[in-house]
Write a protein that binds this ligand. Structure first.
Ligand SMILES: Nc1nc2c(ncn2[C@@H]2O[C@H](COP(=O)(O)OP(=O)(O)OP(=O)(O)O)[C@@H](O)[C@H]2O)c(=O)[nH]1
Ligand SMILES: [Mg+2]
Length: 240
């Protein structure tokens, strides 16, 4: 049998090594390129007090620590994502953004590189917060990078544990859909949205339908405080 130096001197073996090395390199480049295209972080956005920080800690540590203080800055961390068999399937970077309107300008910068967006809303308090929630969704969906990459969005209707006060997912979704439709009309009439991908909201002469937009928009009923976040975890697992 030929020893290693002899084997390596054979042109067929050298070609085989080159082909394997080139394939590995190509796979690495493809992985980096597609990773970039898909974005690097899942953003938690939505009105003040909706439960974003509570959800952030629930996903990151499985606890509700520090969820009660209004956030002044973003929380950045990694969540272990389990598949439906309960095994850790991978980890994702999660960014919890403050809901206060004065601090929301940062959202624009993070949207450039988002792999998914979770819009957290308080389903017991949707009516007074519908304008803010729809505004956030407008900024998300019409962001050119989100529209181009068809970034998935989850409408997470939180505080489902407040059974008598919490509205159904359907009600929350329809409320936001209507508000977004009205907002689109006003903003189109006013102009000034140059650079935003307004076409991502569908045809201007038709009522807006969340079900038929460029980015897939799913909805879930959750309770971040009680740890009932299975639908968020399933949404995240699909990103891996
Ligand atoms: N009942 C109930 N309360 C919740 C739930 N999730 C969060 N809360 C409460 O809602 C309040 C606001 O929660 P946060 O997580 O701080 O809300 P936020 O969206 O991060 O708010 P900002 O940082 O101000 O944007 C806190 O008092 C939480 O304890 C939930 O699932 N059920
Ligand atoms: Mg917060």
């Amino acid at each position: 049998m030929a020893d290693l130096p002899e084997l390596l001197a054979q042109p067929e073996v050298q070609i085989a090594i080159l082909v394997v090395a080139a394939t590995i390199l190509l796979l690495l480049v493809l992985r980096i390129a597609t990773g970039r295209k898909r974005g690097t972080a899942v953003l938690l956005v939505g009105p003040c007090n909706a439960g974003k920080t509570t959800l952030f800690y629930r996903l990151k540590d499985g606890t509700t620590a520090l969820g009660t203080v209004a956030s002044m800055q973003e929380n950045d961390g990694y969540a272990q994502v389990r598949n439906d068999k309960g095994r850790v399937a991978g980890q994702l970077r999660i960014l919890d953004l403050p809901g206060h309107p004065r601090l929301r300008s940062k959202m624009e910068q993070y949207l450039k590189d988002a792999s998914a967006v979770v819009l957290v809303i308080d389903s017991a308090d949707i009516t007074p917060n519908k304008t803010e929630a729809a505004e956030d969704l407008f900024e998300v969906l019409t962001h050119p990078a989100i529209a181009r990459r068809r970034v998935p969005v989850l409408l997470a209707c939180n505080k489902a544990d407040l059974e008598t006060q919490a509205h159904s997912v359907d009600f929350c979704r329809r409320t936001i859909e209507k508000q977004l439709d009205a907002m689109r009309k006003t903003r189109q009439a006013l102009g000034g949205d140059a650079g935003r991908a307004l076409s991502a909201l569908g045809k201007a002469d038709k009522p807006l339908s969340l079900a038929s937009l460029r980015s897939p928009i799913s909805s879930a009923s959750i309770s971040a405080e009680k740890g009932e976040v299975g639908e968020v975890v399933s949404f995240l697992a699909k990103l891996l």
